[in-house]
Design a protein around this ligand. Structure first.
Ligand code: NAP
Length: 268
């Protein structure tokens, strides 16, 4: 109870009074390459737009729907006048084969990777299984995010050994950044009592769907801590960021009352 109270105190304080640095943040990204998953809308789209303003050499929009990706690309170019290579690559985080294909494409085609922002995520209260046999939120938010992080790590590591892309640019460490959520502090994680954790998490009968999103975000955080300690992560900044509550499409599948939606709209 005490933990929940202190969470809400911090959450509302940050939500109402913290000032994001926003578009005045400036880093010299000349010659660098970035990718953002789930970048056709919401936070990923805002991040990709911000990166485009900083004019890296290459920016990859990793999206599950090419058409939505192309629309996002046009909008980013219109807003920022981005002059580099802006590419739309398909990636379905609910499909391990797609994650592997995406990573292989990156490892084969990219000469460097300065930032991988693993942002794609879902929140819904309906039980659904992927074709790979995992509860969907668990696969998208945690398992595939971890898999993609591990598969991209060698490329990020290799980038630490390269010279800065331009003599005048700084030697900045490559980043592997996962979009987390402070909601992880609210997770009850009732499935923890099962003997086989993943099997228990994957059982509809034992699943607490209302707090599943929080649980997947808590697991992504655990996972990121593990990944950060791997030898392959040496020299790479591995971190989790939290946006607090933002207006996005994340609640599209949640059966929120009009009043709840109104409140969310007011504080975002
Ligand atoms: N909004 C908030 O207040 C908030 C707070 C804390 C953390 N977050 C986190 O921020 C991240 C972005 O969320 P958002 O709020 O920006 O939500 P959003 O507007 O719904 O964006 C989610 C993005 O993830 C993509 N995505 C969903 N399932 C995917 C899949 N199977 N494969 C590939 N991409 C997939 C979506 O693509 P489609 O458009 O094709 O579905 C979309 O581009 C999430 O990780 C979320 O947990 C959000």
């Amino acid at each position: 109870m005490g933990q929940t109270l202190s969470f809400f105190r911090k959450f509302f304080g940050d939500q109402m009074f913290a000032k994001p640095r926003g578009t005045d943040t400036y880093e010299d990204l000349t010659g660098r390459t970035f990718l953002v998953t789930g970048s056709n809308t919401g936070i990923g789209f805002a991040l990709a737009t911000h990166l485009a303003r900083l004019q890296p050499a290459q920016l990859i929009l990793a999206v599950r729907d090419r058409k939505k990706g192309e629309t996002a690309k046009d909008s980013i170019i219109a807003q920022t006048g981005f002059k580099g290579a802006l590419e739309v690559w398909e990636l379905d985080m609910a499909d391990f084969a797609s994650v592997r294909r995406f990573a292989e494409r990156a490892n084969t085609n990219l000469k460097r990777l300065d930032g991988a922002n693993l942002n794609a995520g879902i929140n819904n209260w309906n039980w659904a299984m992927t074709a790979d046999g995992w509860e969907r939120m668990l696969q998208v938010n945690t398992l595939s995010t971890g898999l993609l992080a591990l598969l991209l790590l060698p490329l990020l590591q290799a980038t630490t050994k390269l010279d800065p892309p331009h003599p005048d640019t700084s030697k900045t460490a490559p980043h592997l950044t996962i979009t987390g959520s402070a909601g992880m502090f609210l997770g009850k994680w009732v499935e923890r009592s099962g003997a086989n954790l993943l099997e228990t998490l994957n059982s509809e009968a034992k699943c607490d769907l209302m707090s599943r999103y929080y649980t997947t975000k808590l697991f992504s955080w655990y996972l990121t801590r593990k990944i950060a300690n791997l030898p392959q992560a040496k020299g790479v900044v591995v971190n989790v960021v939290d946006s607090n509550l933002c207006s996005s499409d994340i609640g599209r599948d949640l059966p929120l009352s009009p009043f709840a939606k109104w409140i969310v709209g007011k504080i975002c």
